[in-house]
Design a protein around this ligand. Structure first.
Ligand SMILES: *[C@@H]1O[C@H](CO)[C@@H](O)[C@H](O)[C@H]1NC(C)=O
Ligand SMILES: *[C@@H]1O[C@H](CO)[C@@H](O)[C@H](O)[C@H]1NC(C)=O
Ligand SMILES: *[C@@H]1O[C@H](CO)[C@@H](O)[C@H](O)[C@H]1NC(C)=O
Ligand SMILES: *[C@@H]1O[C@H](CO)[C@@H](O)[C@H](O)[C@H]1NC(C)=O
Ligand SMILES: *[C@@H]1O[C@H](CO)[C@@H](O)[C@H](O)[C@H]1NC(C)=O
Ligand SMILES: *[C@@H]1O[C@H](CO)[C@@H](O)[C@H](O)[C@H]1NC(C)=O
Ligand SMILES: *[C@@H]1O[C@H](CO)[C@@H](O)[C@H](O)[C@H]1NC(C)=O
Ligand SMILES: *[C@@H]1O[C@H](CO)[C@@H](O)[C@H](O)[C@H]1NC(C)=O
Ligand SMILES: *[C@@H]1O[C@H](CO)[C@@H](O)[C@H](O)[C@H]1NC(C)=O
Length: 510
């Protein structure tokens, strides 16, 4: 026998529920849910510019800490959100849902083959001299610049430019070499087996004579008795640049939106930035994938990578991340003062869901709803009515004008609806993905929304969801799922008046 208090409670519930105008009749929300793209943060170019003034990515072959032809080191993150760092991509992007062993190496450590092992059809690039060395015998300087890859020594019987350029062709991403003699270097003279002091240093960016700043002057030979140790010095330092720069391949799971241009994005949905040791689009994609979701905007969906040139010198490679997809119309930050933006490219993260924001449903100016349209299908169990629907009404939407609703739109029944994309997702078999979505279960009231529940199903299997009252729109990410090549995503739930709104559905490769 129910207590009097419980009976009164039920009566109160019935009264308040019946007083609610359901979403299908354009009822008022108990809690405001919509956010506007225009209210989101835009690129903090000031912080980027300040950090460019602090970072130092200059490097060269001058200190031979490794023998010639060592593998190219992996990309490092030299700054993260205005703090200088010196960490690997993996450390920074550890938030990525991908198991680290599966993540593609952004810059595979490369072993240099012996000459007779080189691929037969090796591509022979042509090079142009950027600057020449000073006369033999005159002390010169080697380059200290960004994007230093590795070095080798080439036979020093002559000033062997060809051997240096040929070697550059074998180094992934090499577009520039600095060739010079280095004297009084103990390792070159006595330790390394090549027995040559003609150094060829490879870079993945082009430098010029203004960056000849390493004049040697170190002691390298051991002290013997009280003899004066000779200091290192450099002669005939020349620079050679590849004539054609290769277009980077799109990173896995991304598509080039624009570029290269001289304008960085000044766009909404900004999530922060990092500086990289190389112009590494795969590295920037890894950071975007690993970036923690923004509570308002969700996961990183777009990045802008560009090279900062300060006083004519390449200084760093900026990776800016966004939860809203931008394009060239906002790529209007060309630099200021000594800073020039170069090689700016934008990449959007491929969302396998077509029209995940339901914006394709715009059959009216203000308010209308449907069970299905070209991109999404809502269905009800037999006897149910509008248990899953798509509503065009800005007040109910997260971003944009439209969103989806689970639970009878007109409040006629308490059945769970099913919402699914009209087309199966064209995944890659064996590839892992996550589902990202915003849910809001706060239409009626905290009390009435208590039983709210929506499951995210991947080929019918539950991989995540939401339950209970959810104030405003809240970001939710599923477990990692595996693609089969053609997959069915669905959202199942709702039981009016425990309605749940669904918006901005994304399926991203991880
Ligand atoms: C929201 O629901 C609560 C009951 O849980 C009610 O007291 C409040 O007035 C409602 N607010 C609005 C704006 O509907
Ligand atoms: C930031 O970008 C805006 C718009 O392009 C520009 O007006 C402003 O001067 C920039 N500020 C800095 C510090 O770059
Ligand atoms: C970054 O760290 C690595 C390994 O700890 C070190 O070898 C390198 O010199 C550091 N680079 C800078 C610029 O501090
Ligand atoms: C070539 O390099 C070796 C090792 O550094 C050095 O001993 C030799 O003098 C160099 N030869 C010439 C012609 O510079
Ligand atoms: C170097 O040492 C030797 C003997 O150890 C000594 O005779 C000589 O004077 C020293 N020369 C100098 C310049 O100190
Ligand atoms: C990692 O995720 C946490 C929690 O979501 C977040 O606070 C942090 O900023 C994220 N780190 C990076 C590098 O995105
Ligand atoms: C190269 O050096 C000159 C000055 O010698 C400078 O004006 C120019 O901007 C530098 N940088 C590039 C990328 O050409
Ligand atoms: C660029 O983005 C803006 C804002 O999202 C959008 O209105 C515009 O249509 C886009 N332009 C192109 C060419 O995609
Ligand atoms: C939703 O956002 C729009 C534009 O920002 C605003 O005009 C409208 O009042 C908002 N609706 C609610 C319910 O806050």
């Amino acid at each position: 026998m129910p207590s009097l208090a419980r009976l009164l409670g039920l009566a109160a519930l019935a009264v308040s529920a019946s007083a609610i105008i359901p979403p299908g009749h354009q009822g008022a929300l108990n809690q405001t849910v919509n956010v506007s793209e225009n209210d989101t943060p835009t690129t903090d170019n000031e912080s980027i510019v300040n950090t460019i003034g602090q970072v130092n990515q200059k490097s060269g072959a001058a200190t031979h800490s490794t023998p010639p032809s060592a593998p190219v080191p992996p990309t490092t993150v030299t700054a993260l959100d205005s703090s200088l760092t010196n960490t690997t991509l993996t450390d920074v992007a550890s938030n990525s849902t991908a198991p680290s062993s599966r993540r593609r190496r952004s810059r595979p450590a490369k072993r240099f083959a012996d000459d007779d092992l080189l691929p037969a059809k090796r591509q022979q690039s042509s090079y142009t001299q950027v600057f020449s060395g000073l006369a033999p015998g005159v002390h010169d300087a080697s380059i200290e610049g960004t994007a230093y890859l590795t070095y080798t020594v080439v036979p020093n019987s002559t000033y062997n430019v060809d051997a240096c350029l040929d070697w550059c062709d074998t180094v992934e991403d090499c577009v520039f070499v600095n060739l010079y003699y280095e004297f009084n270097d103990y390792l070159l003279d006595f330790v390394f087996s090549q027995q040559s002091n003609l150094v060829c240093a490879a870079y993945s960016d082009i430098h010029n004579a203004t960056e000849k700043i390493n004049f040697g002057g170190q002691t390298s030979y051991p002290q013997v008795g009280n003899e004066t140790v000779p200091l290192t010095y450099i002669t005939q330092s020349s620079g050679w640049a590849a004539d054609s720069l290769t277009e980077p391949e799109d990173p896995d799971g991304y598509t080039l939106v624009f570029g290269p241009t001289g304008g960085a994005n000044n766009a909404p949905g900004y999530m922060g930035f990092a500086f990289l040791s190389f112009y590494d689009v795969d590295g920037c994609a890894a950071l975007c994938n690993g970036r923690g979701a923004d509570p308002v905007g969700g996961g990183c969906s777009y990045f802008n990578i560009w090279r900062a040139v300060v006083d004519g010198t390449p200084t760093t490679y900026t990776c800016s991340m966004y939860y809203l997809v931008a394009n060239e119309t906002t790529a209007v930050n060309y630099g200021q003062g000594d800073l020039v933006v170069t090689y700016s490219r934008g990449y959007s993260r491929n969302n396998l869901v077509i029209d995940g924001g339901f914006e394709g449903y715009n059959a009216c100016d203000d308010f209308c709803l449907t069970e299905s349209y070209a991109n999404w299908i809502g269905s009800s169990p037999s006897g149910g009515d509008y248990d899953a629907s798509i509503i065009h009404f800005q007040d109910y939407a997260h971003f944009g004008q439209s969103s989806a609703l689970l639970g009878a739109a007109f409040g006629d029944d308490a059945d769970a609806g099913t919402l699914t994309p009209a087309q199966k997702l064209k995944t890659v078999a064996g590839q892992t993905y996550v589902v990202q979505v915003f849910f809001s279960s706060s239409f009626s009231s905290e009390e009435l929304e208590g039983p709210a529940k929506v499951d995210i199903l991947w080929n019918g299997k539950r991989v995540g969801g939401t339950s209970g009252f959810v104030a405003s729109y809240t970001f939710t990410q599923s477990d990692t799922v595996v693609g089969t090549g053609s997959d069915v995503l669905s959202f199942v739930g709702g039981a009016a008046p425990a309605w749940t709104f669904v918006d901005d559905v994304k399926v991203f490769e991880v």
